[in-house]
Design a protein around this ligand. Structure first.
Ligand SMILES: Nc1ncnc2c1ncn2[C@@H]1O[C@H](COP(=O)(O)OP(=O)(O)OP(=O)(O)O)[C@@H](O)[C@H]1O
Ligand SMILES: [Mg+2]
Length: 261
């Protein structure tokens, strides 16, 4: 039976604290973001990524991810079948690592390389890792998820893997990305078939979803008229609450202001 459709809630309080809490509650989950170029996906995902204190892996296909000052660049030759745990020299305790892999889109093994990198985050199975794949479509050409990615989508909870996925268009990525997302950030999605895909996946009436999306874009239009406007309002879908929020632009850290990723 269809769930009751709750009216959207406008939240202009900045980044929702409960999102940080949800990210770090020890329960693996998928969070995704969609919207046209420059709408703010990377800003949001980067912020979540940087709030994660443990092991994490950033798959960066365009070189603009900026995963943080503590990130360690790894090359194709460093890709292994499991997470390369490092121990602190003084205490012998595992040391959290922020690994940054820049795949080469020109390489004949590009898609395979990306999937091998995903595999590193999957094993050992009881080892928590945060994976950020901006441009998630690159990891699933024609919506076909590669083997490790398929595991993430179908069994992330059995692998302690938390994933941040973003991309411009949901049509063209594997349907499980949306279906499994605990939170979905929706920026400006101008193509009706993309909005329809989101609405169908989250179980929201498509006409009602369009209306909420329009309202969000109206707020962005107002921002554009202001000299210091920030046209980065977005919708946030909270899967467990089955609730859509209209969210004010995130406050951007000063070092992110000039970045277009
Ligand atoms: N909430 C915000 N407030 C102010 N500026 C923002 C905000 N969100 C994003 N921006 C700015 O907009 C630009 C693009 O943002 P971002 O890189 O997150 O877009 P994107 O959706 O990831 O685009 P792409 O699809 O090209 O990767 C950046 O210069 C960023 O600083
Ligand atoms: Mg981006």
């Amino acid at each position: 039976m269809a769930r009751k459709q709750l009216p959207p809630i406008v939240d202009d309080d900045g980044f929702p604290d409960d999102l940080h809490e949800a990210l770090n509650d020890g329960k693996p989950k998928i969070i995704s973001a969609f919207g046209r170029a420059g709408s703010g996906k990377s800003v949001a995902m980067r912020r979540l990524y940087q709030s994660w204190p443990g092991d994490k892996l950033c798959l960066d296909v365009n070189g603009n991810a900026e995963p943080g000052a503590d990130a360690e660049r790894i090359a194709r030759a460093d890709l292994s079948k499991r997470w390369p745990i490092k121990r602190d020299d003084a205490t012998g305790q595992p040391r959290p690592r922020n690994l940054h892999y820049r795949a080469d889109p020109g390489s004949a093994t590009y898609v395979d390389d990306l999937d091998r990198a995903v595999g590193m985050a999957l094993f050992p199975q009881d080892h928590p890792v945060l994976l950020w794949a901006g441009e998630v479509g690159e990891l699933m050409p024609n919506a076909v998820a590669q083997p490790n990615m398929r595991r993430v989508l179908q069994q992330n909870r059995h692998h302690k893997i938390t994933a941040l996925f973003d991309g411009p268009r949901p049509v063209g990525v594997h349907p499980l990305v949306l279906a499994q997302s605990r939170f979905v950030f929706v920026y400006n999605v101008p193509n009706p078939s993309d909005r329809r895909r989101i609405a169908d996946s989250i179980g929201y009436d498509p006409a009602a979803f369009d209306a909420v999306h329009n309202e969000c874009q109206r707020l962005n239009g107002q921002e554009l008229k202001r000299p210091d406007g920030s046209p980065h309002w977005y919708l946030l879908w909270h899967q467990l609450a089955h609730q859509l929020f209209i969210m004010a632009p995130l406050p951007v850290e000063p070092e992110q202001k000039t970045t277009a990723a």
